[in-house]
Design a protein around this ligand. Sequence first.
Ligand SMILES: [Zn+2]
Length: 139
Amino acid sequence: MYLGPLLLLCVVWLGAGALPEGLAPPAEQSMKWIEAEGCSRLSSRQVRSYLQQAVFPNLPFAPELLPDTCQLNPAHDLYMYQEVNKTEVHRGDFSCGYCGKHFKTEFYLDKHMHGKHPEKLQGDSPVCLGNLCPIFGCR
Ligand SMILES: [Zn+2]
C-alpha cells in the first residue's frame, strides 16, 4: 500500500489554492468562464481519476472516512457533485443530470454547469483538486 503522499496531504490543510472567488455570472466570451472559475476542471478531473483508480482502492477504509481535515476526502472536492451529475450518453452526447440538457462535448457541459448550476459546487471547505497536480504529476 502506498499511502505516504496521501497521509502527507492529509496533514496539510486545504486552502492556499485558488478557489473561485464568488460565483461570477457566465462570461459572454467563450473562454472567460474558465478564468472565472479559478480551478481547472480538467486538472481536477485528472487528480480525481488518479485518486479513484490508484489511491482510494488501496485504502483500508472508504475514502469518505478520511479525516474531515484531509483535503483528499471526496466530500471536499469542489466539483464532485457536478461531476457525478454528468453523463456521457454516447460519443458526442453529454447530458446534465440536473436539468436534462444535452451537449456535444464535455467542455460545453462544464460551461453549462458553471453558468446554470453554480449552487451545486461544494461550498463547505472546498478543495480544488487541480491544485494538487504538481504532487500527482499531471500537467
Ligand atoms: Zn443543467
